[in-house]
Design a protein around this ligand. Structure first.
Ligand SMILES: Nc1ncnc2c1ncn2[C@@H]1O[C@H](COP(=O)(O)OP(=O)(O)OP(=O)(O)O)[C@@H](O)[C@H]1O
Ligand SMILES: [Mg+2]
Length: 264
C-alpha cells in the first residue's frame, strides 16, 4: 500500500549545520497496518511524516501509494489520501472558524472545486453524528469557535477531521504529547477505535514506550535517519519497555534520548 524506496533527506547540505534527517529509508506498509514509531529526538520521525505527506520533498528516493508514485503530488493534492494529526493542538484546525466550518473544510479536503465550505442541514446532521462518536459533547457545540476548545477537544476534532474522508494513510505525530495524562488517554482510545473501525493504515510516532508496544501490529525504531529496529506483530507481543530500551542501546550504542519519553 505505502512503499518508500531509499528515501533520504539532508538539511543544509555542505554547511556546518548539515543534518541527516533521513538516510536510505526503505519501508513498506500493508493495507491496515498500524505501525508505531519511536526514536531519539532528531531521529527523523517527523521528517519521515513530512516526506510522506508532501510537506517536503526527499533529496533521493521515492514514495508510492498502491504502486503509484506520489512524488510529483503537492501536500494539498495528497491531502485527499493522507490524513494527519500533529503534536500541537493548534496545528490541525482553524481557530477562528466554528466546529462545523472546520468539519466542512475537512470534508472538502484535497478537492480543488467548490471552495465554499457550505454547511447545510443534511451535512450538519452528519457532522453531529460523527462528533457524537467522540463522546465528549462536541455535537452540541457545532457553532462554537474552535479556538475556544481545550487542547484535548481540539485533538479529538483534529483526529475526526483527519479521518473524515477515510484516508488511505493516517499519520499521527506525537498527537497526544501536548495533553495532560487523562486527555492523552482519551485521544489514544479514540485513535484506537477510529483506526480499528475504519481499518486505517496508520503510522503513529509516540514518545510513550508502553503505548508503542501495546498499540498496532508493528513497531519501528529510528535513529539518526535510519530504521534500526523493525518489530513484527509476533515479536511485539512479548516485548517489554526494558527489552526495547535494551535493544536500542545494543544497536545504537547509546541510551534512547527523547525529552518527552514516557516509559508507561
Ligand atoms: N526544516 C528543517 N531545517 C533544518 N533542519 C531540520 C528541519 N527539520 C528537521 N531538521 C533536522 O533534521 C533532523 C531530524 O528532525 P526530525 O524533526 O525529523 O526529528 P524527530 O525524530 O521528529 O525528533 P523529535 O523527537 O524531537 O520530534 C534533526 O537533526 C533536525 O534538527
Ligand atoms: Mg518530531
Amino acid at each position: 500500500m505505502l512503499k518508500l524506496d531509499n528515501v533520504s533527506k539532508l538539511f543544509n547540505p555542505g554547511s556546518p549545520d548539515e543534518k541527516i534527517a533521513l538516510l536510505g529509508i526503505d519501508l513498506e506498509l500493508k493495507a491496515g497496518d498500524f505501525v508505531t514509531i519511536i526514536g531519539s529526538n532528531g531521529a527523523g520521525k517527523s521528517t519521515l511524516m513530512n516526506v510522506i505527506s508532501g510537506v517536503m520533498k526527499p533529496d533521493l528516493g521515492e514514495a508510492r501509494i498502491e504502486g503509484n508514485s506520489i512524488s510529483h503530488l503537492s501536500e494539498f493534492q495528497r491531502a485527499r489520501w493522507i490524513g494527519r494529526v500533529f503534536q500541537d493542538p493548534m496545528a490541525g484546525t482553524a481557530p477562528h472558524m466554528t466546529i462545523e466550518e472546520n468539519l466542512a473544510m475537512a470534508y472538502k479536503r484535497g478537492q480543488t472545486r467548490g471552495l465554499a465550505f457550505g454547511v447545510n442541514a443534511a451535512r450538519r446532521n452528519v457532522f453531529r453524528e460523527q462528533l457524537s462518536r467522540l463522546g465528549i459533547g462536541l455535537e452540541n457545540r457545532l457553532r462554537a469557535k474552535v479556538g475556544l476548545l481545550s487542547g484535548g477537544e481540539r485533538q479529538a476534532l483534529s483526529l475526526l477531521m483527519a479521518t473524515f474522508t477515510q484516508p488511505q494513510i493516517l499519520l499521527l505525530d506525537e498527537h497526544t504529547a501536548a495533553l495532560d495524562p487523562a486527555r492523552a488517554d482519551l485521544i489514544t482510545k479514540l485513535t484506537e477505535s477510529i483506526v480499528r473501525e475504519m481499518k486505517l493504515t496508520t503510522l503513529m510516532v509516540t514518545h510513550n514506550m508502553e503505548q508503542a508496544i501495546r498499540l498496532g501490529n508493528r513497531l519501528i525504531m529510528m535513529d539518526k535517519g535510519s530504521i534500526i529496529l523493525d518489530i513484527d506483530e509476533t515479536r511485539k507481543q512479548d516485548l517489554t519497555v526494558e527489552r526495547l530500551l535494551g535493544e536500542f542501546e545494543a544497536i545504537s550504542g547509546q541510551k534512547l534520548a527523547d525529552d518527552r519519553m514516557m516509559l508507561g
